[in-house]
Unconditional design. Sequence first.
Length: 202
Amino acid sequence: MKLLRGWVGSVLVLLVAALAIGGFAFSFKSQEPRFAWSTEFGQSVVGSIVRLLAPAGENAMLVGRGDAMPVLELRDMDGTVGVIGPLETKKLVINFWSSACAECVRQMALLDTASKSNLSERVRIIGVSVDKDLEIARQYLAANPVSYRLYYTPPSASNAKATLGGGGGDALPYTVLVGIDGKIEKARFLGFRPGELEEWVE
């Protein structure tokens, strides 16, 4: 089984490399090119790789697209335990990040801009750090503050990221969209380009 996993993982890695390097997928709806990994198929391949090579732990309560979002108990940046759950009036965007992840840092700037825009009228954005320690996240945010609410989950194969389908490894950034009905609508690995988030949450 371990050998099979390694073989399948290698094939999937080659597939996603072809998607990422091989260029672009053409969107006939918008008549604009976009990176192939940002398409639904590309995200499916990336997600398969992540969950195969770094599966969630046995204690993770796995949920995925179409499932009801579970209530999560997470610490905020002050260390106080808070409860995160679906909203009844807005969609919820949950972005998992780490200060050691360059793409995460870029995404946080985009999310911060979005949280100050008209998008905030129908979507609430929160961030969840998976840094090795809460203090590392605090130090980063002291120098690089953002306006949206932030929480912390320890890096483990059974943490909040793994529960919401992000795998048990360090594949970041990882973003989940929860609908007003409380169900997970979609998830996204590798982040967004400028202006793409607004389309994604519709």
